[in-house]
Design a protein around this ligand. Structure first.
Ligand code: HEC
Length: 104
C-alpha cells in the first residue's frame, strides 16, 4: 500500500498538462474573438486613419466602452449591435487582449 500523498502527487502530475493545454486553448479562443474586430479596427488592433485603434488602449477603458455599447448607454452606428454578441466575461478577455498589444 502506497502512502496517500503518492496518489496526490501522481494526480497533480497528470492534471497539470491538462490545465496548461486548456490555458492555451483559451488564449487561442480569445485571439479568434479579437480577429472579428480586425475588419474595422485593423490587424492587431492598429486601425487605418478614421477608425479608432484598439491596440494598447487601457483595459478598463476598453471594457467600459464595450459594456456601455452593449447596455445602450453609448450611442453608436454599429458597436452597440456588435457588443451585444459577447458576454461580459468575453468582453473582459477581449479588452485584456487588445490592451496587451503594442500601439503603432
Ligand atoms: C464593422 C466594423 C466594426 C467591427 C467589426 C468592430 N468595430 Fe468597434 N467600432 C466601429 C465603429 C464604426 C466605431 C465607432 C462607434 C460606432 O459608430 O459604432 C467603433 C468603436 C469601437 C470602440 C470605441 C473606441 C473609442 O476610442 O471610443 C471600441 C472599444 C471598439 N469599437 C471595440 C471593438 C471590438 C472589441 C470589436 C470586436 C469584438 C469591434 N470593435 C469590432 C466599427 C467596428
Amino acid at each position: 500500500m502506497k502512502p496517500w500523498w503518492v496518489w496526490s502527487v501522481t494526480t497533480l502530475a497528470l492534471l497539470l498538462p491538462i490545465a496548461q493545454a486548456s490555458a492555451q486553448a483559451d488564449a487561442l479562443q480569445v485571439r479568434s474573438w479579437a480577429a472579428a474586430c480586425a475588419t474595422c479596427h485593423g490587424t492587431a488592433g492598429v486601425a487605418q486613419p478614421g477608425m479608432p485603434s484598439l491596440a494598447g488602449m487601457p483595459r478598463d477603458t476598453l471594457t467600459r466602452r464595450l459594456l456601455d455599447y452593449k447596455a445602450g448607454r453609448q450611442p453608436a452606428t454599429l458597436m452597440h449591435q456588435l457588443a451585444r454578441a459577447y458576454s461580459d466575461a468575453q468582453i473582459e478577455q477581449i479588452a485584456a487582449y487588445f490592451a496587451a498589444l503594442k500601439p503603432e
